[in-house]
Design a protein around this ligand. Structure first.
Ligand SMILES: Cc1cc2nc3c(=O)[nH]c(=O)nc-3n(C[C@H](O)[C@H](O)[C@H](O)COP(=O)(O)O)c2cc1C
Length: 191
């Protein structure tokens, strides 16, 4: 059993990555293996709509040859996906949007590679836009047949400068709770 954490911030060691680590630490403490992909510093291009994934049906992206193309096998190998993003102008970052477009489209072109896997969002903003962005990521999970656990609150936190989100006690407690629920659900489904 494995959970893949994906951080959509262009900033390494920022709030999104720190909150993702909070959740992944809990998942590991519950006995589930974790892995992490930072989209920061990687080439993550948008979908070209070439539709070749529908023709080739090999679980790969043939429209792009970038870091996401190479990461796809590890992403589909995981039993759960934790997607962390900051809010940029009320929505997920461009990197995270490109990620969900391509990972979702290739999954659907190949009979549903994400179907019945567990998915959960983690969203941070300085002031506003978390709920919309949680909904944006939940739409991705749900149209791909994924199962989304809740937590004691929506999985959001407040923070602007790097590290500020870890001072949001309720946000951190919520993300820890989310990690526990992700682990609980994966064990129920896969063990
Ligand atoms: C281009 C850009 C757009 C942003 N838009 C918003 C926004 O709509 N709402 C908000 O509260 N914060 C916004 N922020 C602030 C970030 O969400 C906040 O600093 C967040 O903690 C960054 O996460 P990171 O450290 O993981 O990169 C924006 C920041 C940038 C750089």
């Amino acid at each position: 059993m494995k959970v893949m954490g994906v951080c959509g911030s262009p900033r390494k060691r920022g709030n999104s990555e720190q909150l993702l680590d909070v959740a992944l630490d809990v998942v590991r403490a519950e006995g589930i293996e974790t892995d992490k992909i930072l989209l920061a510093g990687k080439q993550i291009l948008p979908c070209t709509a070439c539709l070749r994934c529908r023709e080739e049906k090999d679980g790969l992206c043939h429209g792009r040859d970038d870091d996401l193309t190479r990461a796809l096998p590890a992403i589909y190998d995981a039993d759960g996906l934790l997607l962390a993003t900051p809010v940029y102008f009320g929505a997920a970052t461009a990197e995270m949007t490109a990620f969900v477009d391509r990972v979702g489209y290739v999954s659907r072109a190949n009979g549903g590679l994400l179907n019945r896997k567990v998915g959960a969002p983690i969203v941070v903003a300085r002031r506003a836009g978390q709920n919309f962005t949680v909904a944006q990521l939940n739409y991705f999970f749900l149209i791909n047949g994924m199962i989304v656990p809740g937590a004691r609150y929506w999985p959001i936190a407040f923070g602007g400068g790097p590290g500020e989100a870890l001072q949001d006690d309720e946000g951190v407690a919520t993300i820890q709770d989310l990690g526990r629920n992700v682990a609980w659900l994966i064990k129920k489904i896969y063990s």
